[in-house]
Design a protein around this ligand. Structure first.
Ligand SMILES: [Fe+2]
Ligand SMILES: [Fe+2]
Length: 387
């Protein structure tokens, strides 16, 4: 059950969801307040003028809307549908009244994020949002500078109040534009994730007909990483990077890659180069995932006892990503049909891994132990992605 949830989450790009949750965590709210230095003094300053602003919101809105209707960009948006101006004015009125009601709690934060999403959904361009909001800020400040001297406020008091208004409005804008930012990031992450999978399939399609191998083995890697105790970020990184493990097969000629029999020694030597070729393809990138992919491509055939390839690394010298991948990759290769072998049952495959290949020989005992502990989850994935 927990795993099915994981699959769903992984498909929804959990990194993004996690970031959004982090943004709205209490710790983060503290950070916002400290970052913008919204202090008790600011709240006190704002409390001196908040009812004045709320009472005069209609006056401010008149000026705000006069201005918005002067510009082609905003006018076109607002006159698109009959009644839209009135509706937007109502929404903005309550929005700004709420801002000056000085209740900056979780509910306020969530509403600000939703406001950003609404702007995005109705395609309000970022510059239009920023431009109009900045104008509203200047309106409020001019209004306050006009009104407060009449009420006996000193010059110093007025400056302090204006400063606090600027801070709260900057904080408010920051919260709203998070929605724009998260959408942008989410699109980019989707694109790069998709790109990695498609790139990996170019290599896989030649010797593996469904492309399901990379789906399954990457989830196996994620599960093993979890049972080894790695944190969420590492689990997501290995999920994204491991599909690229065999990308170097693109350089292996068909007569070797598609040979329906055991390879000769010479052919096997060429086959082994898919690790170094994969590394060459992926190395040198600034992307964390690409770098991780390069490490995996190079190390996923290293054996724990030092008899693997290409560098005959031994034990802990083999990156943990490689030690995880070899278990996932071998289990999936054994349990599925390959051009040179039939599919073995799960029991037969485990027996081959334990007895013929060997824990401590091919596989890191700790990694194999995590594989065993996460076996129910592994089987859920196996059944979900049937080839
Ligand atoms: Fe490989
Ligand atoms: Fe593989």
């Amino acid at each position: 059950m927990q795993l099915l949830k994981t699959i769903e989450n992984a498909n929804l790009k959990p990194n993004i969801e996690k970031k959004i949750i982090d943004i709205f965590s209490t710790k983060s709210i503290d950070f916002e307040h400290r970052f913008l230095e919204l202090t008790g003094d600011d709240l006190e300053n704002l409390s001196k003028i908040n009812s004045l602003i709320i009472e005069n919101m209609d006056f401010l809105m008149d000026k705000f809307y006069d201005h918005l209707l002067e510009f082609k960009e905003t006018k076109d948006i607002m006159l698109e549908k009959p009644g839209l101006v009135e509706h937007l004015r109502e929404v903005h009125t309550s929005y700004f009244k709420e801002l000056f009601s000085l209740k900056y709690d979780d509910n306020y934060l969530a509403l600000r994020f939703n406001t950003g999403l609404t702007h995005l959904n109705v395609n309000i361009p970022f510059n239009v949002f920023m431009g109009s909001y900045s104008y509203f800020l200047s309106l409020v400040i001019y209004f306050i500078k006009d009104e407060l001297p009449k009420r006996g406020f000193s010059h110093k008091e007025i400056l302090n109040i204006v400063n606090s208004i600027q801070k709260i409005i900057n904080l408010d804008i920051t919260l709203v534009i998070r929605a724009y930012y998260s959408k942008e990031i989410s699109e980019k992450e989707k694109l790069s994730d998709d790109f990695i999978k498609r790139l990996s399939r170019i290599a896989e399609f030649r010797d593996e007909d469904t492309g399901a191998h990379i789906e399954r083995m990457s989830y196996y890697c994620m599960i093993i990483a979890r049972y080894l105790g790695f944190d969420y970020d590492f689990q997501m990184d290995i999920l994204e990077a491991s599909p690229m493990h065999d990308i170097g097969k693109i350089s292996i000629p068909d007569y070797i890659l598609l040979k329906p029999a055991k390879l000769t020694d010479d052919e096997f030597e060429i086959m082994k180069t898919h690790t170094t070729k994969g590394y060459e393809i992926l190395t040198g990138s600034d992307s964390k995932i690409m770098k991780f992919g390069a490490e995996i491509a190079l190390s996923h055939h290293e054996r724990y006892d030092g008899y693997g390839y290409p560098n005959r690394l031994k034990g802990e010298d083999i990156p943990i990503s490689g030690r995880i991948c070899i278990v996932s990759d071998v289990f999936d290769a054994l349990t599925n049909k390959r051009i040179y072998k039939p599919a073995y049952s799960v029991e037969e495959s485990i027996s081959i891994m334990k007895n013929e290949m060997g824990v401590g020989k091919y596989f890191d005992p700790a990694v194999f132990d995590a594989f065993t502990k996460g076996f129910d989850d592994i089987m859920t994935i196996k059944n979900h992605y049937k080839s």
